[in-house]
Design a protein around this ligand. Sequence first.
Ligand SMILES: C[S@@+](CC[C@H](N)C(=O)[O-])C[C@H]1O[C@@H](n2cnc3c(N)ncnc32)[C@H](O)[C@@H]1O
Length: 211
Amino acid sequence: MRRPRFIAEQARCAEGPLGRFIAFVMARETWGHNLRAIEALDIRPGESVLDVGCGPGRSLAELARRAQGGRIVGADPSKLMARVATRRVRKFQAEIVVASAAALPFEDGAFDKALCVHVIYFWNDLEAAFREIARVLKPGGRLALLFRTSADEAAVRAFPAEVYRFHVLSDVVAPLEAAGFAVDVHDALRGEHNTPMLLIAAKRRASIPRQ
Ligand SMILES: C[S@@+](CC[C@H](N)C(=O)[O-])C[C@H]1O[C@@H](n2cnc3c(N)ncnc32)[C@H](O)[C@@H]1O
């Protein structure tokens, strides 16, 4: 079923009572995909992990459990999502910041790993966002990027194009590589049209200068 634009807008930037409801639904709908991204990152105790576009922050408890003693941070530009996530992480060690992928308020090399699940649809400039994520990762640091591509016809039909941009896979891989990542298409989700893509990208040790 096609989602109305005003609902899709809430997934891009949730606010008000409807946004609160969307946050509740999102935490259930995307959990399986978050778990796949987290598993693919092979998180170890003591690691620092950033969730870019963490939404309601359900990933953060699992990250804190796996990275015991490490630093867990969720970043999201929606103030409402940040509030929901902050409430969710009350009982364990995690930080939430209001920030978009293109401007992350962290020092260079702050994180060992990052994940970003169902977020790239809303970015105007993929390469700029990937460069910023690369900046805050350590050399060799890994990013798990999960998203639906334009090959997923059901998703393309269901979500309004004015809000959601579904990319051809190569249009995501190219800016990732330009931003300094070496990209691997994760086996578990390879080649199926109606399941999301999971890419694991490792930050190259020598940085690539901006053209
Ligand atoms: C579909 S939700 C997914 C949330 C979460 N990653 C999950 O899997 O449940 C998209 C999230 O991306 C956030 N978002 C939108 N634009 C963003 C941007 N430019 N940078 C980072 N996050 C963004 C939204 O606020 C929203 O929380």
